[in-house]
Design a protein around this ligand. Structure first.
Ligand code: HEC
Ligand code: HEC
Ligand code: HEC
Ligand code: HEC
Length: 234
């Protein structure tokens, strides 16, 4: 009987996790959905350059660096599809940022938001609350693989590369237009060092996880980050 039940249950989980991958990419839900639960991450993210990336596209901002990269400082780039892919969330993808919408609007997609690094949340955000309920009731952790199947990203090196190493001749093999205008050729300070960047203030602060999820894939720096992570406020 137990085995029979287990069989049905695993078939059900399989069926439940297939749509997110089989029916194409998940939809973007926006920063405000994530911060309903992860408010402390939202607060420290808001202070980062990623949260303000859209402002750099406005006319008159960062005139000196724009000139250096052969951009027109007096031009409004906020509706330019050659810029929005890296200065907003999910541009050109399901549920992503759309030209002309307020950057901090209903879904707040006008920035490099949570989903730029963690993946479009349409498939996995409900998984998080489901897994937490199960954890509280039974102390049982949910396999992290469930999150991957629902579209959550754990390959941070690739996520960073799609924006930071997206220029001709970079070490990133899948670079394609539109490229970033800010390359090491413009200024050596734009050289992207993944290990250094991951440990910089460009990321939000880290908070202790309770262990609602377990198993692979465990991000390579997870243990290091969790060691010095802050306690979540009750
Ligand atoms: C309904 C509440 C809720 C929402 C909405 C939510 N999460 Fe979570 N999330 C959780 C809980 C609970 C955990 C488990 C935390 C733990 O283990 O302490 C979690 C875990 C995580 C983790 C760590 C997973 C791991 O490897 O263990 C990340 C990253 C994360 N959430 C990002 C997001 C992002 C990005 C969004 C928006 C797309 C989001 N969450 C939406 C509640 C939520
Ligand atoms: C969607 C594109 C995108 C992704 C994904 C992305 N970044 Fe960025 N990042 C940017 C943009 C754009 C800026 C510049 C923001 C501005 O000033 O307008 C930036 C700025 C930075 C800076 C400089 C911050 C400062 O204070 O000067 C660092 C460091 C950085 N990112 C690290 C990372 C790391 C690490 C990852 C991956 C975990 C990552 N980024 C993922 C687009 C991205
Ligand atoms: C392929 C991704 C990508 C595209 C496309 C892109 N950017 Fe960026 N942009 C970045 C990244 C990554 C950074 C952060 C560079 C760093 O600090 O190392 C950045 C930084 C900037 C900065 C701040 C530089 C500084 O030193 O403070 C400005 C201004 C900017 N971008 C404007 C633009 C404009 C205007 C366009 C369109 C013409 C554009 N970007 C297109 C990825 C991109
Ligand atoms: C520039 C990339 C980037 C952005 C943007 C980003 N994160 Fe993260 N996040 C990371 C990385 C890298 C880690 C550390 C890897 C890990 O341990 O999972 C992380 C870890 C987490 C965790 C696990 C616990 C912790 O504190 O380390 C949660 C929860 C989380 N992020 C939520 C969010 C939310 C919510 C947002 C938006 C408000 C967000 N993240 C925006 C890259 C990002």
């Amino acid at each position: 009987m137990m085995r029979f039940l287990f069989c049905i249950l695993s078939t059900l989980t399989l069926v439940a996790t297939v749509p997110a991958t089989a029916a194409g990419a998940a939809s973007h839900v926006g920063v405000k959905t994530c911060t309903k639960c992860h408010d402390v991450h939202g607060e420290s993210w808001a202070a980062t350059a990623h949260a303000k990336a859209f402002e750099s596209l406005q006319s008159g901002t960062k005139a000196e660096v724009k000139k250096k990269a052969k951009l027109d400082a007096s031009k409004d780039y906020t509706k330019d599809k050659d810029c929005l892919g890296c200065h907003s969330t999910g541009f050109g993808q399901p549920g992503g940022y759309e030209i002309g919408t307020a950057p901090g609007g209903a879904k707040a997609l006008g920035s490099v938001g949570c989903e730029s690094c963690h993946g479009a949340g349409g498939g996995y955000r409900d998984e998080h609350s489901k897994a937490e309920k199960k954890f509280k009731k039974t102390s049982e952790a949910t396999p992290r693989k469930t999150l991957v199947a629902a579209g959550q990203n754990f390959d941070y090196e690739r996520a960073c590369a799609t924006c930071h190493l997206n220029y001709e001749g970079s070490p990133y093999k899948h670079a394609k237009r539109p490229y970033t205008p800010f390359t090491p050729a413009v200024d050596p300070k734009y050289r992207f060092d993944f290990n250094k960047a991951m440990r910089s203030k460009a990321l939000h602060e880290h908070y202790k996880l309770k262990g609602v999820y377990a198993g692979d894939p465990v991000p390579s720096m997870r243990a290091e980050f969790q060691k010095s992570a802050k306690e979540l406020p009750e």
